[in-house]
Design a protein around this ligand. Structure first.
Ligand code: RRO
Length: 311
């Protein structure tokens, strides 16, 4: 039987598949269900300094080809998630986890990360530089100057394993510029991609979500080519010490296979997990293993990053 095991930094995972931040990860109950599923890990809902209610409902809608959301960063406050992952890390059978975090300002981000640094948490942190849905707050990683100033400050005090969640980029020059920034810092991973920000879905004559007059982050089938392009562009440009987590448009073993072929070491599932629930991890793992058997691959290393080009 082939293995879908993987590593990120010094952390081992029995399976490369897990949830994407924001989906099935708001409460301990939801996180427990992912922990008990075939997923190799979980990432928590992005936690802010204080608890947040988020935007008015309806704020998430499944659509024909995926999803649109403008949740607005509802969460129980970073301490809730930090306490939970610390609790789990002391349990013998626990998987390794990702704690997703961001402040509503650089100052808040530093307060949060300093608290994590001072805590007993030994796992991975995913700094979300790409939330598209908080009115008046731009997606941080589209501003390379702000991104660089945040990372440079963070690495003056933060020594635990840290990665960043990125928005999709759409221009080769932006891939070059973003990679040049990330290559200056001891990041353990980058996660490509967050939702494609500020799309608009209409049914009959009306938008399908209430916040921002219907504008929201797009996920699902719509985003897979953009996600694969971002995974591969960063795989080609980043220092080999910075691994890639692939997120976007994964609803089958074939989709996960393509992310890994583009260079992903771990693959996250958002929209399809929301639609299908945690049993999706077993289905997609089996589909991915069937593809590996058919191709004669024993492990992800046999094909990770080995995308073929046309000469
Ligand atoms: O909560 C959200 O509205 C949200 C976040 Br923080 C994010 O990073 N990506 C997204 O699609 N929605």
């Amino acid at each position: 039987m082939p293995s879908t095991a993987t590593t990120i930094g010094n952390f081992a995972f029995d399976n490369c598949l897990m949830n994407a931040a924001g989906v099935y990860c708001m409460t301990r109950q939801e996180l427990d269900e992912i922990e008990a599923s075939a997923a190799g890990s979980f990432v928590t809902k992005t936690g802010t300094l204080e608890e947040r209610q988020g935007n008015p409902e309806p704020r998430y809608s499944d659509t024909a080809l995926g999803s649109i959301n403008s949740m607005g960063l509802p969460n129980l406050g970073f301490q809730y998630y930090l306490d939970y992952v610390i609790e789990l890390q002391d349990q013998p059978q626990s998987k390794n986890h990702f704690l997703s975090l961001v402040g509503l300002s650089p100052e808040e981000t530093h307060i949060i990360l300093k608290a994590v640094q001072a805590s007993e948490y030994q796992g991975l942190v995913e700094l979300n530089l790409s939330c598209p849905n908080v009115p008046g707050k731009p997606q941080i990683a589209y501003d390379f100057e702000t991104t660089e100033s945040i990372l440079s400050e963070v690495f003056s005090y933060f020594t635990k394993p840290l990665g960043v969640k990125l928005p999709p980029y759409f221009d080769i020059v932006h891939f070059d510029q973003a990679a040049a920034v990330f290559n200056k810092y001891p990041l353990v991973f980058v996660n490509c991609i967050n939702s494609i920000g500020n799309g608009l879905v209409i049914e009959d004559e009306t938008v399908v979500i209430k916040p921002k007059n219907g504008f929201g982050g797009i996920g699902g089938d719509y985003v897979k080519p953009t996600a694969l392009a971002n995974v591969h562009a960063f795989y080609q440009r980043l220092n080999p010490s910075i691994q890639i987590i692939g997120t976007g448009g994964v609803k089958s073993g074939r989709d996960a296979f393509e992310h890994i072929l583009c260079g992903a070491s771990m693959v996250q599932i958002g929209t399809a997990l929301h639609q299908e629930g945690p049993s999706i991890f077993e289905r997609i793992t089996n589909e991915l293993k069937a593809i590996m058997i058919e191709k004669g691959y024993q492990s992800l290393e046999d094909f990770r990053g080995k995308l073929h080009y046309i000469n």
